[in-house]
Design a protein around this ligand. Structure first.
Ligand SMILES: Cc1cc2nc3c(=O)[nH]c(=O)nc-3n(C[C@H](O)[C@H](O)[C@H](O)COP(=O)(O)O)c2cc1C
Length: 214
């Protein structure tokens, strides 16, 4: 799969098949996390793999009742050993780099999953305290995210993105005119978005039919 297709086609999926994830497929996903960039290459990301049904139900409770988490065959708890980063980069390392490093690993995980026909979701809404206790995560380790992973039942529409011209400034903050001059294509953003929405609708219809047939 082309990288750009993966970046655009990946969705946060909240419905999973019961199908297990083969070891080699999961391995590739975890490898993608390992190869994420990190500040000073300090690699502070740590991953906890949960497959047990009761433990997944526990996570659901701590994640504001997001029940789909328990339907995924594999749930990853993404953590950061922030101490290493703090030692090298002080407060900036602790407050910024540690989080950015794990975020890069999370995106790699989601893209590698999508590339292999899996899907995942980036879950940030959860309470840390009881998760820490249940899974014996030491106090010095930060818990950053939960990722349910599995084979998708749904192919959700792409939530719209704001046009490029709305997020770009040129030469100095607030200067947007030059962006339009330099990237005339960004003007066709809404047209492209409509085309993508139509395509996603068609794919979703096809998928629904396929699921019904099964
Ligand atoms: C930091 C962060 C926290 C998120 N937390 C949740 C969450 O708790 N539950 C959820 O269903 N989705 C969560 N999401 C997923 C977003 O809702 C999703 O990425 C966004 O709507 C765009 O959709 P897409 O990922 O399919 O493109 C989170 C995403 C990020 C980056």
């Amino acid at each position: 799969m082309e990288v750009f297709d993966a970046i655009k086609g990946r969705r946060c999926v909240r419905k999973f098949k019961k199908k297990e994830i083969p070891e080699e497929v999961l391995y590739n996903v975890l490898e993608a996390a390992r190869w994420a960039p990190s500040s000073g290459n300090l690699q502070n990301t740590r991953l906890l793999i949960i497959k047990d049904k009761a433990k997944k139900e526990f996570i659901v409770k701590e994640a504001l009742g997001q029940t789909f988490i328990a339907d995924a065959p594999v749930v990853l708890i993404v953590c950061s050993d922030t101490d290493i980063i703090k030692r090298h980069y002080d407060e900036r390392g602790e407050k910024l780099y540690a989080i950015q490093n794990t975020a890069a690993a999370i995106q790699n995980i989601l893209l590698a999953a999508y590339n292999q026909g899996l899907a995942g979701s980036w879950i940030g809404a959860f309470k840390e305290v009881r998760l820490r206790k249940k899974f014996e995560i030491p106090d010095k380790i930060d818990i950053h995210a939960i990722i349910p992973l599995g084979y998708p039942v749904e192919h959700p529409y792409a939530p719209a993105r704001i046009p490029l011209s709305d997020i770009l400034y040129f030469k100095k903050w607030g200067k947007i005119k030059a962006a339009k001059d330099l990237f005339p294509l960004s003007e066709s953003g809404p047209r492209i978005a409509k085309h993508a929405a139509r395509k996603a609708k068609k794919t979703a219809k096809k998928l629904k039919k396929k699921i019904k047939r099964k």
